[in-house]
Design a protein around this ligand. Structure first.
Ligand SMILES: NC(=O)c1ccc[n+]([C@@H]2O[C@H](COP(=O)([O-])OP(=O)(O)OC[C@H]3O[C@@H](n4cnc5c(N)ncnc54)[C@H](O)[C@@H]3O)[C@@H](O)[C@H]2O)c1
Length: 418
């Protein structure tokens, strides 16, 4: 039986813990947890029978115990990833699963890569989409040669208007200086997929975009700083927090459960908890009168060394959250819409591609399958190394994001937003 510790018991950490416990408990046991919120330790530790002396309120306390498990999962917020991972490697952990993005500072990504290599550490990054059978199937079709030579990759990340407002206008990723630019925070997955498909190094990267809509210029007349204040337009505003978090039909959707957990910090929240959080916290704030500064729309062009051209569009303004793609080769094309896939090989009838599994859990089952690969890796079982999201495999996506931001800011002549 292998053991694992988890640092960061928020949305991601607890989801991974749930998969380990539900699906792999014969192979892996969670033996220690660390979070700076006592409430998180009190809520989560008893579920996994983790004794008090294995519950830590700071990483300093946690690392002071040396290596206490076979593997470590780090699921804290973006800005803390670098230091905690560095401390973990220096303490002696040999298998680490780190949430994406590795860091908003590319030099720190390189430093962790070097350190991991020097110390023989397997450092995996949670680019969960690669583990989904859906995106795996796309890679398999490309590898099979059915599309011929790839010419262009068009990939759109439709974030969803309510998701964007929650995470990137009101929430944890709304300020670049406290987290990372949205092209990295939201789209390092997409950049990772694109470079995985292209299987080449980015030669040129250019980008345009900015914070177009969620700002004061677009505040309707009568808007108030908070949705529960005397806002005159709340009935017609799709971002009305009271609707989004309490009254709207989305309430029943899985994503709203996630939004609600972030809002209150509790696993189970009452209506009163939510109203209290909307009144006093960030999630009740007007989306037009906030202090957010990350882009709500951005386009990145990547010219790869092997001649493939790719365009990534990140867009806040969609009704649903889904990824759209169109991959064009000399012999055929592949069209993806959310979870469906059509293959058209020229001269043959268009086929709907069948994909195994796909009951569509978190990230089209990517979360669950990432954990499966992680458990196998820790148990010394065979995993397909070439498709593992090691730090090395992850660097190109982070490098492209960095170059995209440099290009976007240069295009804007030093202005942050358009
Ligand atoms: N792989 C994906 O698809 C995906 C999706 C969403 C978020 N993420 C990433 O996962 C990470 C976590 O996101 P989340 O939504 O779970 O956030 P969260 O805020 O819900 O959870 C983070 C937890 O870490 C704790 N924490 C913060 N600093 C800490 C520290 N120094 N030591 C110990 N605990 C600390 C917080 O108290 C909190 O409980 C972020 O980096 C985010 O960008 C990845």
């Amino acid at each position: 039986m292998k053991t694992v510790s988890v640092i960061g018991l928020g949305n991601r950490g607890t989801e991974y813990m749930m998969f380990i416990h539900r699906l792999h408990r014969k192979k892996m046991k969670i033996i220690a947890v660390c979070d700076i919120r006592k409430q998180a330790l009190d809520d989560i530790a008893p579920k996994y029978a983790i004794p008090k002396d294995r519950q830590f309120l700071s990483t300093d306390e946690f690392f002071a115990n040396g290596v206490i498990s076979d593997a470590l999962i780090i699921t804290t917020q973006d800005a803390s990833h670098f230091q905690i991972t560095k401390d973990a490697i220096n303490t002696g952990y040999k298998i680490i699963l780190l949430e994406k993005p590795v860091s908003g500072n590319y030099d720190e990504c390189l430093e962790l890569h070097t350190l991991a290599r020097e110390k023989g550490v397997k450092l995996l990054v949670c680019h969960v989409l690669r583990y989904s059978n859906y995106f795996g199937k796309i890679k398999e079709i490309i590898r099979s040669g059915a599309l011929g030579d790839l010419i262009t990759i068009n990939h759109t990340e439709n974030v969803g208007y309510f998701h964007f407002a929650h995470s990137f206008v009101r929430g944890n990723w709304n300020k670049e200086e406290e987290s990372t630019p949205s092209i990295l925070a939201k789209c390092c997955h997409d950049l990772d997929l694109i470079q995985w498909y292209a299987n080449s190094k980015a030669k040129t990267v250019s980008s345009v975009g900015g914070l177009y809509y969620f700002n004061k210029q677009h505040a309707p007349e009568g808007a108030a700083p908070g949705c529960l204040d005397d806002c005159k337009v709340k009935d017609s505003c799709p971002y009305n927090a009271e609707n989004l978090y309490i009254k709207d039909p989305f309430w029943k959707a899985k994503f709203v459960k996630y939004m609600r957990r972030t809002l209150t910090g509790k696993t189970k929240s009452s209506k009163a908890d939510i109203y209290e959080a909307l009144r006093n916290g960030d999630y009740g704030k007007c989306v037009f009168l906030n202090d957010n500064n990350v882009c709500d729309s951005q386009i990145v062009h990547i010219g790869f060394e092997n001649g493939i051209n790719a365009v990534l569009t990140m867009n806040a303004f969609s009704n649903k959250m889904f990824r759209q793609l169109h991959i064009i080769g000399t012999k055929g094309e592949l069209i993806g819409y959310g979870t469906s896939l059509k293959l058209a090989v020229f001269g043959k009838p268009t086929k709907k591609v069948r994909i195994k599994g796909l009951k569509v859990g978190g990230h089209i089952e990517g979360d669950m399958r990432l954990i499966k690969s992680f458990v196998k890796l820790v148990n010394g079982e065979k995993v397909n190394d070439s498709d593992l999201t090691t730090i090395e495999a992850t660097l190109p996506s982070h490098e492209i994001a960095k170059r995209a931001e440099e290009s976007r800011k240069a295009t804007l002549g030093g202005e942050q937003n358009n």
